[in-house]
Design a protein around this ligand. Structure first.
Ligand code: ATR
Length: 273
């Protein structure tokens, strides 16, 4: 029986076991997927355990996505560029790390707004932290010609734009008003929106009609940002789909079957939020 896991600290909040166990059951695969609480100091020992072949692989979540990069035997180039690993595959005593958050981000948009990138010339990404990196690399990989990074601390956005290869320009949040009229896509990668918090001054009304606003926060599912965009008649996409889609490549690698992100799976996870 193939076994997989998610490690983090704490780990109780993770929805990954529900997602993977639901696929295992639906596909009739005799496998397991468990949440394991691993503290940072215990990560090297956990990787030694992985090399024994006990698990086919697993996921890495907060706060270990950056720390595990140097523990992997092989790191896929895009994960190196993003600077974070969220998926591990064990083969022949070697642990390969990849980042599927960027695929999750793209998979969610592709499913919910097919053709979203057609004719898209300008995107605004709010935030310049760890979560922003996967989104920025995804948008650059997809060929979006101009990507504006807006952050509360402009210096952090500057450093990120200078470090990552891609069509990135850095600004502070107050640049939103001047950039919005050209932006066909707005992505929130900050923690703003969790627990109902919101950006005090973000003139969404200056976005062109048909612009898409998406959030990677999924608790609550409908953040104040998405509600405000919806009230203006803009297209909105919540962050739950990114969580579901990032799980697909790992499951496929460990269990050998590509699962589907279905409305039923969404409903199952939504009920726990
Ligand atoms: P993560 O790894 O989840 O992205 P992070 O690296 O701490 O977490 O980044 C959090 C992001 O949310 C940052 O861009 C942060 O802005 P700063 O660089 O100015 O700190 C942004 N952020 C957090 N709280 C915010 C708030 N109340 N208003 C605006 N931006 C906020």
């Amino acid at each position: 029986m193939k076994r997989a896991f998610v490690i983090g600290h704490p780990i109780g909040h993770s929805r990954s076991p529900l997602i993977h166990r639901s696929w295992l059951a639906d596909l009739g695969i005799a496998g397991s997927y468990d949440a394991i609480d691993v503290e940072e100091a215990a990560l090297p020992a956990f990787f030694d355990r992985l090399r024994t072949g006990e698990f086919a692989g697993g996921n890495v979540t907060i706060p270990h996505k950056q720390a595990v990069v140097t523990l992997c035997d092989v790191v896929e180039p895009l994960a190196t560029r993003i600077g974070a690993v969220n998926t591990l595959v064990v083969d022949n005593g070697k642990v390969t790390g990849s980042n599927t958050d960027y695929l999750g981000f793209l998979g969610n948009l592709d499913q919910r707004a097919p053709g979203w990138d057609r004719g898209l010339t300008d995107a605004i990404v709010l935030g310049a932290g760890g979560a922003a990196r996967a989104v920025l690399v995804a948008l650059a990989e997809r060929g979006v010609p101009a990507i504006q990074i807006l952050n509360r601390t402009a210096a952090t956005a500057n450093a990120l734009a200078a470090e990552l290869p891609g069509p990135f320009t850095a600004h502070s949040l107050d640049a939103f008003a001047s950039l919005a009229p050209r932006a066909g896509l707005v992505v929130n990668t900050t923690s703003v929106g969790m627990h109902g918090s919101s950006f005090p001054d973000l003139p969404l009304n200056l976005l062109p009609p048909g612009a898409i606003v998406t959030d990677i926060v999924y608790v609550p599912l409908r953040t104040p940002l998405l509600l405000a965009a919806e009230a203006l008649g803009l297209t909105t996409i919540d962050g739950l789909g990114m969580l579901l889609h990032q799980a697909v490549p790992g499951f496929t690698a460990w269990f050998g079957v590509q699962p589907n992100v279905t409305p039923a799976l969404r409903t199952l996870i939504e009920a726990t939020l």
